[in-house]
Design a protein around this ligand. Structure first.
Ligand code: KG4
Ligand code: ZN
Length: 379
């Protein structure tokens, strides 16, 4: 039995989780800062890092307590070290180093994109329970929202390599061929906005609060997706994406209609335009590279239309993480760390944050702890 403490602070969620053998969630605590950043219409980096400082200790303590484990029961500490906001990442990396050093545990730096992919190895979770932080921490969390995810036992799904991963979040839109644990080939990615970023920006144009993705999905339920024929950037045969033309087309419609804007129709038309391109490219890439399965990952993978369309239009099995594990959490960090830990991967005490970290292959040269890393895209 391998218990790993995962820590995630790459953007605006302070999260900690204890996961057994990469698949069984003993605790999963997320303190969301969404309410705080909402007034700025997006994530305010300095505010985010300050809030992580306030939340990290109660969140880690809550994760350990909820899991019912002591520091001695843990086998390793894993933390996201990039990509993400430098100041936010630093809080998690320093906390993880302190715990690992203090408890004599190995430290594993984890790539945030890889962590999103590994959310697919986790079993379905019951919906998160509202968590009432202790009075001691209530003041520091006054503006945050803290909830603890309940235990999710049992086995995750069967995953057969190679798999085609569509990673769609607020910061990333990537098509990645994964041939084994820790082996990645990047097939394409966005040339401008990430899919989640496009949802957030269009959400703002339509008058919704941050984050725009869930708000657009909600509004689209009442709208006609054929009301507006919005552009799709196919970019020839490439596996790259572009959402800036779509965003501009929405802006023009908003300016034209002013107060008469049919918001729900425009939300539905926008959502279907994004999903159309994501699904078509993922499907084509999976066929060309003879993938066994398609994996969705990242915050936008919570979108029900994307999940449905991907499953309906692909002839391959499609796996999606449980909805509550699509957006940032630390269970996915601990899950990714488990497979790296098994392969002998360890980070040094000089582990530093890398805000623009790329997804990197790794291999273990010997049965010991020596690790050879090589980048998949020259970074
Ligand atoms: O993975 P994530 O929590 O953070 C990053 O790593 O960026 O993703 C957050 C993004 C936001 O842009 C948010 O609008 C989007 O995921 N998102 C959604 C949905 N839920 C979250 N987009 C579309 N539909 C949703 N249901
Ligand atoms: Zn993320």
């Amino acid at each position: 039995m391998t218990l790993i403490l995962g820590i995630e602070t790459s953007c605006d969620e302070t999260a900690a989780a204890v996961v057994e053998d990469g698949q069984s969630i003993l605790s999963n605590v997320v303190a969301s800062q969404i309410e705080i950043h909402r007034r700025y219409g997006g994530v305010f980096p300095e505010v985010a890092s300050r809030q992580h400082v306030l939340s990290i200790t109660p969140v880690v303590e809550e994760a350990r307590g909820e899991a019912g484990v002591s520091w001695d029961d843990l086998e390793a500490v894993a933390v996201t070290y990039g990509p993400g906001l430098a100041g936010s990442l630093l809080v998690g990396v320093n906390a993880a180093k302190g715990i690992a050093l203090g408890c004599g545990l190995p430290l594993l730096g984890i790539n945030h994109i890889e962590a999103h992919i590994y959310a697919n190895w986790l079993p379905p979770l019951p919906p998160p329970q509202p968590f009432d932080p202790s009075a001691e921490f209530r003041a520091s969390l006054a503006q945050g929202r803290l909830w603890g995810g309940k235990k999710g036992g049992g086995e995750g799904p069967n995953i057969n390599f190679p798999v085609l991963c569509l990673v769609v979040s607020g910061g990333h839109t990537e098509l990645i061929l994964m041939s084994d644990h820790g082996r990645y080939q990047r097939l394409g990615g966005t040339l401008d906005d990430a899919a989640g970023e496009a949802f957030d920006k269009v959400g703002r144009l339509l008058g919704f609060d941050y984050p725009g993705g869930p708000a657009i999905e909600q509004a689209a339920r009442y709208g006609d997706p054929t009301a507006f024929d919005l552009p799709r950037a196919w970019l020839g045969d490439s596996y790259d994406f572009s959402f800036s033309g779509l965003k501009t087309a929405v802006l023009r419609i908003v300016q034209k209609y002013e107060r008469q804007l049919p918001v729900v129709d425009l939300a539905a038309s926008f959502q279907v335009a994004v999903v159309d391109v994501l699904v078509e490219k993922a499907k084509r890439a999976a066929e060309e590279y003879r993938a066994e399965q398609i994996l969705l990952a990242g915050g936008v993978a919570a979108n029900k239309l994307l999940r449905q369309e991907m499953a309906q239009r692909s002839t391959l099995p499609v796996l999606c993480p449980p909805i509550s594990l699509c957006t940032d959490n630390a269970a996915m960090v601990a899950a990714a760390a488990y497979f790296r830990y098994q392969a002998g991967y360890r980070s040094g005490w000089d582990l530093d944050v890398i805000p623009n970290l790329k997804l990197v292959d790794h291999e273990t040269r010997t049965a010991g702890e020596e690790v050879v890393s090589r980048s998949t895209d020259g970074a």
